[in-house]
Design a protein around this ligand. Sequence first.
Ligand code: HEC
Ligand code: HEC
Length: 303
Amino acid sequence: MKLFLLATLASVPVHAATIAMEDQSQLQPVARSTAAAQFQPPQESELPDNAYGKLVKQGYALFVDTKRLAPQFVGNGLNCSNCHLDQGRLANSAPLWGAYPMYPAYRKKNDKVNTFAERLQGCFQFSMNGGTPPAADSPEITALSVYAYWLSSKAPLGVDLPGRGYPDVPTPAKGYDLAQGAEVYKGQCAVCHGAEGQGQKVGDSYVMPPLWGKDSYNWGAGMHRINTAASFIKHNMPLGKGGSLSDQQAWDVAAYVNRHERPQDPRLVEGSVEKTRLKFHANDGINLYGQTVDGVLIGQGIR
Ligand code: HEC
Ligand code: HEC
């Protein structure tokens, strides 16, 4: 574990045994063959023209346009679909059809069995930096749940389908390298996400989402883990060229992205980054929260 504190080293070794995913036990190692036939969610043309179909459409709209349609629950510049690509349909991009049939499920993150509504509330609180999330019986959670249910039509219940989540990318033998990550970022990411990770806006809305800074996911979000970001990036980025980075490049650039400041972890313990690191980050995968890089304490938060 000590090795993680030496984040200033060119290369930071990462030991597989120290990775403790916060996620529910059902996610744990099922060999996922990407070659296996993927589950196919229904097409919009199959939606019935009734009250149910209307609610599905509302959930879809909220999922892709979250910031604009539910501003009171979004504290950054993101939409759900920024991390769950293709409207929550894309395999290996934590698709909703992979998630919905797997709840209720135990999550280490809050040490209890979470309903699907509670799982959605978690994404509002952390990924969307939204403060108090919408109530479980709110119109927002209801519409999003109905949308996820519809995408899961004919999916088996409680089966970990191929394409669920962001499949793990093996930890590179030499760990990750922040300097190499900066190079990958400059060469393959900055064109869309901006040299300072700030994204790109047209009017008030982001057309390219920010990767760090005040409008990005907060320090409590799953994406702040380098291993999770590496998995997302490897399968989905650069946009339209998923799978083109090597595992090493994915880890390096994930570490580079996640060494940058973002909104504070809302679970902050007694105002202390160190206490928060011990309670919530020390055993949450690979992350830099509360560590020192180039003499700077990471995880101080930004508004
Ligand atoms: C910054 C990226 C990001 C944003 C934005 C985001 N999520 Fe997530 N979401 C994640 C990550 C990371 C996970 C964890 C996946 C894992 O560990 O494999 C996740 C998991 C989930 C899951 C559970 C997936 C499963 O298979 O168990 C659901 C459901 C979900 N998100 C819904 C949403 C909704 C709804 C929104 C918008 C309110 C949203 N997410 C916004 C990154 C994001
Ligand atoms: C061609 C433009 C483009 C390039 C190049 C690109 N991205 Fe993205 N990226 C996007 C878009 C657009 C989204 C949101 C996807 C959506 O909403 O459908 C996104 C989403 C993301 C997200 C999740 C959302 C967020 O803001 O946190 C991360 C993380 C990310 N990209 C990292 C990277 C990294 C790392 C690279 C370089 C290896 C990269 N991207 C290259 C366009 C791009």
